[in-house]
Design a protein around this ligand. Structure first.
Ligand code: HEC
Ligand code: HEC
Ligand code: HEC
Ligand code: HEC
Ligand code: HEC
Ligand code: HEC
Ligand code: HEC
Length: 345
């Protein structure tokens, strides 16, 4: 069987010209400003090797966490890195901490490889508010049958529904690679440039404004979907969200899509109205900034605020919801909430 030469050349050219992921360091030289501020965001810190987490040295190691029935968990620092020690009356189990998920704005959860097929999400999560260890979300309700189960929750290495590869995919940049023993190797830990701009090899070789992706070219609903890849998109075809389930509030695109501000503003309200993509956005210094963003639309001509609306707009119209102790999320369904009701306006 012979292929025409022209076809072979075309295929070869196409393979050559498919853009590859090159990593954020390749963008630094030409875009130093975006690089510097983006590196300080929670996005950039969403995933680290555990011992490389910037907060690793500040964690309250040595503090003991109890788990029923009769387990004691402590974390400690060894030459090789961080390690957890779990003991009960008769047994001891030691596990290295491989990966740290979460920049630490609210919490850090640890994940380790067990064997080629399984990873474990550790029982102990560090919570920023109390600076203390607590149960990882969802694990408190589980009853461990043995010491291995007490260490944490097992996840398949890969599984389209609930594999640990899903955690890595949302907390890193580019497609995942797998080592010889099926160990997950993120291209680049954390949510960095190419998570939002796409693979950058063509652009870094010969930069033009059009050979790199830019979410700003999408419309409001598409940006909602785009950020929703990781923050969860509004449900397609109908409303399947349980508005009484407090954990769902963390799916900001779903909630924003319900707000009258979003639905009735002809595509002028989207994630980037309030969040700057390259800057740490959750900072008390910017509260005034949110007020000015609300007022940009709610001036005299469009539903001016009521007489009660004197202080921070978000305190009343975007209430914070706490689905469990030490974690809270902002309700992006902007609206008028009755006193005490925070889940839906
Ligand atoms: C060799 C220098 C260089 C490198 C390396 C580089 N860029 Fe650029 N980038 C440019 C230039 C030049 C422009 C066009 C600026 C203009 O015309 O306004 C640009 C524009 C952009 C734009 C705006 C596109 C638009 O819609 O207008 C984005 C986004 C971007 N770069 C992202 C990246 C990312 C991500 C990386 C790393 C993967 C990167 N750049 C690496 C030089 C570079
Ligand atoms: C590849 C997945 C991914 C994409 C795409 C993504 N995010 Fe995130 N985002 C995350 C993760 C993971 C965190 C949690 C970081 C942490 O605290 O560890 C986060 C945190 C945030 C935060 C809170 C922390 C901060 O920096 O203030 C905001 C705001 C945010 N994202 C907005 C956006 C917006 C807006 C977009 C779309 C332009 C977007 N994200 C796209 C994964 C993503
Ligand atoms: C669909 C994408 C996605 C998957 C899958 C995912 N995360 Fe996240 N994760 C996020 C986003 C987005 C945030 C930011 C949450 C926010 O602040 O709204 C986040 C935040 C976190 C945080 C910071 C604390 C918090 O709750 O805000 C930790 C820790 C974390 N994730 C661990 C994990 C672990 C462990 C897994 C797998 C068991 C996982 N994540 C799976 C997207 C994801
Ligand atoms: C969370 C998604 C996200 C990440 C991560 C991200 N960007 Fe962007 N970037 C955007 C969005 C959205 C815009 C469009 C901003 C606008 O027009 O309002 C943008 C715009 C740009 C531009 C055009 C000029 C400007 O500042 O608006 C450049 C250059 C750029 N990004 C480079 C980078 C580099 C370099 C990194 C990594 C250090 C990076 N971006 C990481 C979402 C992201
Ligand atoms: C892009 C423009 C825009 C921005 C920005 C905006 N809104 Fe709105 N908002 C609207 C529109 C349009 C409506 C619907 C007006 C109507 O029904 O006549 C609305 C409705 C409302 C309502 C009434 C809700 C209801 O269900 O009837 C409240 C409260 C509100 N906005 C508060 C806010 C607050 C607080 C902010 C800032 C966090 C904000 N808005 C930002 C455009 C905007
Ligand atoms: C009208 C303004 C506004 C818009 C639009 C908006 N946000 Fe937010 N967002 C906020 C405010 C206010 C906070 C809380 C800030 C704080 O606590 O300092 C927040 C917080 C967050 C957080 C941190 C976790 C949490 O829930 O508190 C994430 C993640 C986030 N937003 C993602 C998004 C995404 C994704 C979009 C687009 C679907 C979006 N936001 C659109 C105002 C907005
Ligand atoms: C102390 C809580 C509180 C704060 C802070 C607050 N609001 Fe309100 N807002 C309310 C209540 C309650 C209503 C509905 C009661 C009414 O109509 O008098 C309302 C109504 C509104 C409406 C709808 C008005 C209408 O015609 O029905 C808009 C728009 C609005 N607020 C915007 C804002 C903006 C913008 C800010 C920040 C500058 C803000 N609010 C701050 C409590 C608050």
């Amino acid at each position: 069987m012979r292929f025409p030469l022209a076809l072979c050349v075309a295929v070869a050219l196409q393979a050559q010209s498919l853009p590859r992921y090159v990593g954020s360091l390749a963008c630094q030289g030409c875009h130093p400003r975006q690089f510097a501020t983006q590196s300080a965001t929670a996005h950039a810190g969403a995933l680290f090797r555990a011992k490389e987490h910037p907060l690793a040295a500040a964690l309250p190691l040595g503090q003991t966490l109890l788990r029923k029935p009769g387990y004691q968990l402590t974390l400690s620092k060894r030459e090789t890195g961080l390690e957890s020690t779990l003991r009960n009356a008769t047994q001891v189990m030691e596990l290295p901490l491989d990966w740290a998920f979460g920049a630490g704005r609210q919490a850090i959860t640890f994940v380790s490889r067990v064997n080629p097929d399984w990873y474990v999400e550790h029982y102990a999560t560090w919570y920023a508010a109390p600076n203390a260890w607590g149960a990882t979300p969802g694990q408190d309700a589980l009853q461990p049958g043995d010491i291995a189960q007490a260490a944490g929750l097992l996840y398949k290495t890969t599984n389209p529904e609930n594999g640990i590869d899903g955690c890595f995919a949302c907390h890193s940049t580019g497609p995942l690679a797998f080592g010889p023993a099926n160990e997950i190797q993120p291209r680049e830990p954390g949510v960095r440039c190419e998570a939002c701009h796409g693979p950058g090899s063509q652009h870094t070789n010969r930069p033009t404004p059009t050979n790199i992706g830019n979410p700003a070219r999408r419309n409001a609903a598409q940006i909602n979907e785009f950020c929703g890849q990781c923050h969860r998109p509004p449900a397609a075809g109908g409303n399947v969200t349980d508005w009484n389930y407090a954990w769902n509030v963390r799916h900001q695109p779903v909630y924003l899509s319900q707000a009258a501000c979003f639905r009735k503003s002809d595509g002028k309200l989207y994630c980037l109205t309030c969040h700057r993509p390259h800057e740490p956005s959750l900072d008390s210094k910017v509260v005034v900034d949110y007020n000015s963003r609300c007022r940009a639309c709610h001036a005299a001509s469009l539903r001016p605020p009521a007489a009660t609306c004197q202080t921070n707009c978000i305190d009343c119209h975007m209430p914070r919801v706490s689905p469990q102790a030490n974690l809270s999320f902002t309700n992006h369904w902007i609206g008028i909430y009755r006193a005490g009701a925070k889940l839906r306006p």
